[in-house]
Design a protein around this ligand. Structure first.
Ligand code: COA
Length: 205
């Protein structure tokens, strides 16, 4: 007897009408899991993101005061559609020891001048965790997505963020004023090329 299952025309139709989900790889570092963003993450993002210390140096497209449905709207209407269009890659950060808890967020974004963004929940800052996450997604940017250069603007006052770029071997290639949640501030554009990143990685291993 022929056991090959044939799809009925109606099941073909169903499959075709489903939205195509672009795959982002889950990543991991020594202490972290980087899990591709899902709609269900909005609830925990809403708990840890809306703090002045986190938003003040983000671009003023972040609404402030942050609305009660801010994370849901961001994840559902902006971040997930950008993933689907192949224009952005977003991960939530979790400790391997507590994988259900979202502790931060990191993004890669296609485009000329703003290719990475991140925030870490206040209780988890200052432990070197974002530095680990940045190394993992920077590898992804160059090795998997194959972009030739990574550029990130940041407020000059944002010492922790600048320090991460500095530790990664990035260099300042320009300065510009920008509108942040805390107002118009001087900023810097940091950059590293694929070749520089690989050379640095070889030297460290
Ligand atoms: C930027 C941010 C993600 C850093 O997260 P984190 O997990 O605390 O970062 P790490 O611990 O990996 O590294 C931070 C580095 O900055 C240093 N740093 C932190 N605050 C600093 C300060 N005020 N002055 C100087 N250096 C500072 C830390 O000592 C560390 O450097 P080190 O490894 O040489 O000691 C976190 O502060 C944050 O969420 N900020 C708000 C959101 C934001 O500004 N995002 C970036 C927008 S460009």
């Amino acid at each position: 007897m022929n056991k090959t299952k044939r799809k009925s025309p109606s099941s073909d139709k169903k499959t075709k009408s489903l939205p195509r989900t672009r795959k982002i790889a889950p990543l991991e570092t020594r202490r972290l899991l980087l899990r591709p963003l899902e709609l269900a993450d909005a609830e925990q993002i809403q708990m840890h993101f809306p703090h002045w210390e986190i938003v003040r140096y983000l671009r003023n497209i972040v609404p402030w005061p942050y609305p009660a449905d801010g994370a849901l709207r961001y994840v559902r209407d902006s971040a997930l559609p950008a993933i689907e269009r192949g224009e952005a890659w977003h991960w939530t950060l979790r400790l391997k020891t507590e994988p259900q808890q979202v502790i931060g967020f990191i993004s890669l974004i296609k485009g000329k001048s703003e290719n990475r963004g991140f925030w870490m929940g206040l209780p988890w800052q200052g432990r070197g965790l974002m530095s680990e996450a940045c190394d993992a997604v920077t590898d992804y940017w160059f090795d998997v997505l194959k972009f030739p250069v990574l550029r990130v603007p940041k407020a000059t006052e944002n010492a922790a963020s600048r320090r991460i770029s500095e530790k990664q071997g990035m260099r300042v290639v320009g300065t510009e004023e920008r509108d942040y949640v805390s107002g118009r501030l001087p900023g810097e554009i940091w950059e590293i090329t694929a070749e520089e990143w690989r050379k640095r990685r070889r030297a460290r291993h």
